[in-house]
Design a protein around this ligand. Structure first.
Ligand SMILES: [Zn+2]
Length: 146
């Protein structure tokens, strides 16, 4: 079923008419390969919406019940210095849930960073802070932030 879709099998852009439509179901494929990132990650482009995405865009969170953009936005807010405790209030997600996203994201930092920097204007230093957060998992109050 859908959850076994491979990277490049579908467009991860929610605004796209071909969002999450598998290539095997398309009469004309809308996803083309578009070179690689500097880190050697395959890049794709959706011919329908014109958006570029990397190999893992939309795949790591694909099976989650929460929409990917919601997860990415939460991670972006974290990177911007918001605390998990305040995000649980604002976004309505459980702290454990957010931490599990973070941990999963930390296993795909390379791809995630590209998406967060490009689509959410997150800066390098903020990303480092985000991953440091995962290093501190279990500690609810990371010190050093005024
Ligand atoms: Zn698209």
């Amino acid at each position: 079923m859908e959850q076994f879709a491979k990277p490049g099998d579908f467009c991860p852009n929610q605004a796209c008419p071909d969002y999450q439509k598998l290539q095997t179901d398309q009469s004309q494929p809308n996803i083309i390969k578009a070179g690689k990132t500097r880190q050697g990650v395959q890049r794709f482009q959706c011919q329908t919406c014109g958006k570029y995405f990397v190999e893992t865009s939309g795949t790591i969170f694909y099976r989650k019940r929460t929409p990917e953009h919601e997860i990415l936005e939460t991670l972006a807010l974290l990177a911007e210095g918001n605390r998990i405790s305040s995000l649980t209030r604002v976004k309505g997600h459980k702290e454990d849930t957010i931490l599990s996203w973070l941990r999963e994201a930390a296993r795909h930092t390379e791809e995630l960073e590209e998406v967060l920097m490009k689509d959410y204007q997150i800066k390098r230093g903020q990303l480092d802070g985000l991953w440091a957060y995962v290093g501190n998992k279990g500690e609810k109050k990371p010190s050093g932030n005024a």
